[in-house]
Write a protein that binds this ligand. Structure first.
Ligand code: ADP
Ligand code: MG
Length: 471
């Protein structure tokens, strides 16, 4: 009983919804945050993704409000999809109460939202841009707000967003409670939060362990040119419901086209699509009609989609925080999940940061074999072999014992490879085998023309050598 919803003194109407939603016991963040909010404290809460932070603020807020004309709670979120999702979850939790909730977000006709606001709502969840639009048109009156939530708090207080947030906060009475919720709360956010909060109580569930152990994390070292090959192999092998993250909208579009052309049903989600398209793609993915969603970081935060079995970082995320949020789309609400990160040589420095923050459990693995013929073939990617001067080093199986000198090797490359001297770098003669460098632009040509060719009556071998690792 002590850790039950009942012990939290929850309103019977909300209890009914909790039962209908199938929640049997509160999660740790709910256990900690609900009583504090109920007591009237401001709260900064950090807990892993997928651990029920929405209900942790929605339940006690629902408990405190009565239906009126002016909204009394405002939840600010970074994306349109989250505005809808938070509103849906709050509606479900408040289904047996006389409380109205609506989402306001860009891309949907402002008149539709205006009509809904005019009828009287109690809880508004919205993106900062659209909330400001409504404030300026005087279609949203924030003078009755008593509860302000910044969900995905660190993102909301990021550069770029902060001015919008501060503008909105100025429209809200000082006599209010403020709550910050996120899976990652960097130190700077606590300080910023302190400017707008009254003696906030910290609820820290998992600073040490940002990623739930039920999510298996692996990475592949794979060159940029072979990422598509690796992706197809993973999709063939795992047959997942997957989100594939890329760093740019353009890359998302390219990947969508390529996957479709190879016969994989995939859909793109990014900020340049129309709102109608965004919602359709997400609905199809939620329902399982589309199995592979390719997305920018617009899908990295907060989205709660059932049974996402795999998250793939096609491009490594720009920061460890984003890594934590992206892979938090799988392994939610106690389920198992898997996250695979593709790391090319130019991305290796970012991997170190991830290992130090959230990704401590990440392990290297090999691209799976499928036993079937690959639709996409692996290609030579000399970018993975180059040094900082753009040179690729090869080993050739001949040396002093074969009575060859440096000049013989240089001549061999020049003549057979049809390569000019300036593209040839250092040559180091060994006993049985030697090493030489050529520029990456001619590396493939040199390898093709020398490897398995005949020299003084025998077949020679030429292999590219892995780059010396920077670390
Ligand atoms: P977070 O914001 O922490 O990432 P969400 O609030 O999106 O997580 O919740 C993740 C999922 O867990 C949602 O589908 C939600 O309905 C569900 N959930 C929330 N609380 C509970 C609970 N106490 N028991 C079971 N499932 C829960
Ligand atoms: Mg959330």
């Amino acid at each position: 009983m002590s850790d039950s919803f009942e012990s939290l003194g929850i309103d019977p109407g909300i209890m009914r919804s909790i039962e209908e939603m199938g929640f049997t016991e509160p999660t740790p963040v709910q256990l900690a945050a609900i009583p504090l909010i109920a007591q009237g404290r401001d709260v900064i809460a950090q807990a892993q993704t997928g651990t029920g932070k929405t209900a942790a603020f929605a339940i006690p807020i629902l408990q405190k409000i009565r239906h009126g004309m002016k909204p009394s709670a405002l939840v600010l979120v970074p994306t349109r999809e989250l505005a809808i999702q938070v509103s849906e979850e709050t509606k479900k939790l408040g289904g047996h109460l006389d409380v109205k909730t609506i989402p306001v977000y860009g891309g949907q006709a402002i008149s539709v939202q205006f009509e809904a606001l005019k009828k009287g709502v109690d809880i508004v969840s919205g993106t900062p841009g659209r909330v400001i639009d409504h404030i300026k048109r005087r279609t949203l009156d924030l003078s009755g707000i008593r509860f302000l939530v910044l969900d995905e708090a660190d993102r909301m207080l990021d550069m770029g967003f902060i001015e919008d947030i501060e503008y909105i906060i100025r429209q809200i009475p000082k006599d209010r409670n403020t709550y910050l919720f996120s899976a990652t709360i960097p130190e700077g956010v606590r300080r910023l939060g302190a400017d707008h909060m009254k003696n906030p109580e910290m609820v820290i569930i998992s600073e040490e362990e940002l990623v739930l152990p039920s999510t298996k994390q692996i990475y592949f070292k794979v060159g940029r040119k072979n990422k598509i090959w690796a992706l197809c192999r993973v999709l063939d092998k795992e047959k997942p419901k997957a989100i594939v993250f890329c760093s740019t909208k353009r890359m998302v579009d390219i990947l969508e086209q390529r996957l479709k052309s190879y016969g994989y049903p995939a859909e793109a989600l990014h900020g340049d699509l129309s709102q109608a398209q965004r919602e359709r793609v997400l609905t199809d993915f939620r329902k399982g009609k589309v199995k592979v969603l390719i997305a920018t970081d617009v899908a990295a935060r907060g989205l709660d989609i059932e049974d996402v079995t795999l998250v793939i970082n096609y491009d490594i995320p720009e920061s460890p925080e984003w890594y934590v949020h992206r892979i938090g789309r799988t392994g939610r609400a106690g389920k198992e999940g898997k996250a695979i990160t593709f790391v090319s040589s130019d991305e290796e420095h970012l991997l170190e940061g991830i290992k130090g923050f959230g990704g401590a459990g990440i392990e290297q693995a090999d691209v799976p074999t499928t036993g079937e013929k690959d639709v996409v073939r692996k290609v030579w990617d000399f970018d993975e072999y180059v040094d900082i001067f753009g040179m690729v080093k090869f080993r050739i199986d001949m040396g002093k014992m074969d009575k060859v000198g440096m000049n013989d090797i240089v001549e061999l490359i020049r003549n057979r490879g049809d390569v000019s001297e300036i593209a040839i770098g250092h040559v180091e003669l060994g006993e049985k085998s030697s090493e030489f460098e050529v520029h990456k632009d001619v590396a493939y040509k040199v390898m093709k023309s020398l490897d398995q060719s005949d020299f003084r009556g025998r077949r020679i071998r030429v292999d590219p050598m892995p780059r010396r690792s920077a670390g």
